[in-house]
Design a protein around this ligand. Structure first.
Ligand code: GLN
Ligand code: ZN
Length: 737
């Protein structure tokens, strides 16, 4: 696609969406919510906060933009991308602004104004959406010591003012300014920054400003947020309905309230009757003219359109009547609007009745409610949530069975998912090869992989996970209570999307899920073969979760299903079982004071899944790509016999935490970064291992890469693992003398 085609495609999409929103009857139609990569990066470009390494690219704005997003290596240019990180508690990733002490800002790009005008030319009045100045600064990172990024506010505000003035001149009435940080814990500096920023903006524009908050309640920031000198405040009443009274009490006379009642984070149909009650309560207090009805957050985080789920014999078909994707949510909003009017149409009343029936049906449907699961969940006892003996006792029992050497080597699970492997899967899905043929190919690949590991002299082997498309989907497809969409994509970053499963009902495991593959792989070798499972918290985190019971209850149901699998693997002779929990940190609530409660049930669920085994069965877990320092004590409470954990990108920075906290069980801090094709030197690996033994007892240290190898090619994987094994051997020799 050429640059011109890309831009035209974008324009056509915006037109289509605006026109559809207008036809649907949405009053405040957003603009500047379209992005070629990411909205935070758009803002970075708008305010000209362009890191100097991109100076050579300034002549072509689009090239500059994509170089900032993805790095660029061509025509003698070689610049790395800006960092990317998760957007609050979503799976969307934004490009992190970089600030220096002498950072200056200029109005470098006017996309917000241009898109406003573009819509205006189509005869559509829109409400431009901007990320607010305080959130923008807080989203970024200081790239030098000696200053706090909030100190840059004075330099940033004039650019925002300029931007708002241009929007005003272009004819805008309303502007939405997103300040999601208002739902987080704020220190005094941040609070002062808020007051200062909005007083300044207020003085310089006559635009109607709406501050949008989402993903949590305002809690102790309610007064601050309510009193900011703007015309309207948006709050998320799906995540935090209990905040309403407090907000109503604090809201100054004359200010409007936008209430987010349609869930922007999940895919369930709105309970319109409940929403109507809610809205009427607000209208009674404020008067209809002061109330906006809205989605709780942007609909970026839900799939696009349920109408695209057209197949009839799918797991989704029976539950479609309970779902609403982005466009259905727009319908819900306009329906609510009509139902609140003096004379709702007959059609709207009919839809309301149908909605009532669907919601009632969902409450009792046997598709969702499984009495056996409910009974089992209620019978979980304390004894089901921990191993029977201490780690030390288990360690001795495990050593007797496993006879592992000092510094045992292993990998995290997956081996390269080559083009061939993916081609087999797609052919099998399309019916071009039979199940037998597919199975045979996978078995051959597994066999090659196991033999290669033996040759490389790895101590604890894995089967390679060739049969798995995705570490959550693979399990979800085999569990009751899960459904899958055809086109339910949500953006993760750039053009990367994920298609999360939908957990709609009580979860149970009708049959073993991995025992066949694990026992097959174990039959190929006399070395221990690790069973590989995805943990309950990760399965929960990476799915759309039912909203009719607490997440902790759903998680516990998954935990019991995983527990059964763990026990079946043990029965089948598998001596080491790894339960991956890479997403455990992602589930942390946005407010610190809620962390404890979450970690409590998350750890408990992991323990339920892992504690049904005998002492001599070794349980591993794996975590990656997030900060674990501040939750390390909880991780220790998971009591896995071994944890393999990402470390190498941060040069084992993570290990510092073990200086103050003695991690009780065995650890394999990743010794090389699998996210790059680079093959590490033995020396580098040794250096990391030497660093590690300063904090971890040598007998407790494992040697492994820092994540699964599925995205790598075989060539670099072989080379890297051979180096890793040699490094472990060297350590072994040095330490056994
Ligand atoms: N066992 C999985 C793999 O190796 C773990 C993946 C992950 O941590 N994200 O692919
Ligand atoms: Zn990982």
């Amino acid at each position: 696609m050429t640059k011109k085609e890309l831009l035209e495609e974008g324009k056509a999409l915006r037109k289509e969406n605006w026109e559809r929103l207008k036809a649907e009857g949405i009053d405040l139609i957003p603009s500047n919510d379209f992005s070629l990569y990411d909205q935070v990066l758009d803002m970075t470009l708008a305010v000209g906060a362009i890191p100097t390494r991109y100076n050579i690219l300034q002549s072509d704005k689009l090239e500059l933009y994509f170089a900032m997003a993805r790095g660029e290596q061509k025509d003698g240019k070689d610049v790395i991308a800006m960092e990317m990180t998760k957007w609050f508690d979503t799976n969307y990733h934004y490009i992190v602004p970089e600030f220096t002490k002498e950072q200056t800002f200029t109005l470098f790009d006017t996309k917000a104004v241009d898109e406003y005008k573009e819509a205006a030319e189509l005869g559509i009045q829109t409400m431009p959406v901007l990320i607010g100045p305080v959130s923008y600064l807080l989203l970024g990172k200081e790239k030098e010591e000696g200053f706090n990024r909030l100190e840059l506010l004075d330099r940033l505000l004039p650019v925002y003012i300029q931007l708002l003035q241009q929007l005003e001149e272009a004819g805008a009435h309303w502007v939405q300014i997103d300040e999601p940080f208002l739902v987080l814990d704020l220190d005094n500096d941040a609070k002062e920054a808020y007051s200062k920023a909005y007083e300044a903006l207020r003085q310089h524009t006559r635009l109607e400003l709406m501050i949008a908050t989402y993903f949590e309640g305002l809690r102790d920031n309610t007064e601050l947020a309510a009193k900011l000198p703007v015309d309207a405040l948006h709050i998320d009443l799906v995540r935090c309905p209990q905040q309403l009274d407090n907000v109503l009490n604090q809201l100054p006379a004359g200010k409007s309230l936008s209430i987010g009642v349609v869930d922007g984070r999940n895919i369930w149909k709105n309970d319109l009757t409940a929403s109507l009650d809610f809205i009427r309560r607000v209208v009674e207090r404020l008067g209809a003219e002061r109330v906006f009805v809205a989605g709780s957050s942007s609909f970026l985080h839900v799939p696009y359109d349920l109408e695209l789920e057209t197949k009839e014999d799918t797991s989704l078909a029976p539950i479609k009547k309970w779902l609403a994707f982005a466009w259905q949510k727009v319908d819900e909003l306009t329906l609510l609007k009509d139902l609140l009017s003096d004379a709702p149409s007959a059609e709207s009343l009919r839809k309301l009745a149908a909605n009532k029936a669907d919601i009632a049906d969902k409450q009792v449907s046997p598709l969702i409610h499984n009495a056996t699961v409910a009974k089992r969940t209620s019978k979980v006892t304390e004894a089901d949530t921990r191993r029977h003996t201490s780690f030390e006792a288990r360690r001795t029992a495990q050593q007797e069975v496993l006879h592992l050497p000092l510094f045992p080597t292993t990998t995290i699970g997956s081996f390269p998912q080559t083009k061939e492997v993916r081609a087999w899967r797609s052919k099998f899905k399309k019916g071009e090869i039979t199940a037998e043929e597919y199975d045979k190919l996978l078995k051959e690949e597994t066999e090659r992989c196991v033999h290669w590991q033996e040759q490389a002299d790895i101590d604890v082997l894995v089967h390679g996970e060739f049969e798995r498309n995705d570490m959550v989907e693979y399990f979800g497809e085999q569990l009751d209570g899960f459904a899958f969409t055809q086109n339910g994509w949500v953006q993760s970053y750039g053009s990367r999307c994920v298609k999360p499963p939908v957990i709609f009902g009580d979860v149970s495991r009708p049959h073993p899920m991995t025992v066949g593959w694990s026992t097959f792989a174990q039959s190929l070798t006399s070395r221990p073969m690790k069973g590989m499972l995805t943990g309950p918290v990760t399965i929960l985190e990476w799915s759309f979760v039912r909203n009719d019971q607490p997440r902790s209850v759903t998680c516990q149901q998954i935990a019991l299903a995983v527990r059964d699998e763990v026990c079946d693997l043990e029965k089948a002779g598998i001596k080491i079982i790894q339960i991956d929990e890479p997403a455990i940190r992602e589930g942390l609530p946005l407010r610190h004071c809620d962390w404890e409660e979450y970690m409590e049930w998350a750890v408990r669920c992991f323990c339920i899944s892992s504690s049904g085994v005998k002492d001599e069965t070794q349980i591993h877990t794996h975590m990656c790509y997030s900060e674990f320092n501040d939750i390390i004590e909880h991780i220790a409470r998971m009591d896995a016999d071994v944890i393999t954990i990402e470390c190498s990108r941060s040069q084992m920075e993570l290990l510092n935490v073990f200086r103050d906290f003695r991690y009780p069980n065995e650890i394999g801090p990743g010794v090389y970064d699998i996210h790059s094709a680079r093959v590490p030197d033995i020396e580098e690996i040794l250096q990391l291992l030497h660093k590690a033994v300063r904090y971890i007892r040598p007998e407790y240290l494992w040697v492994n890469p820092d994540c699964g190898l599925k995205t790598r090619g075989w060539d670099e994987t072989e080379k890297a693992l051979i180096k890793m094994v040699l490094a472990a051997h060297k350590m072994r020799k040095d330490y056994s003398q």
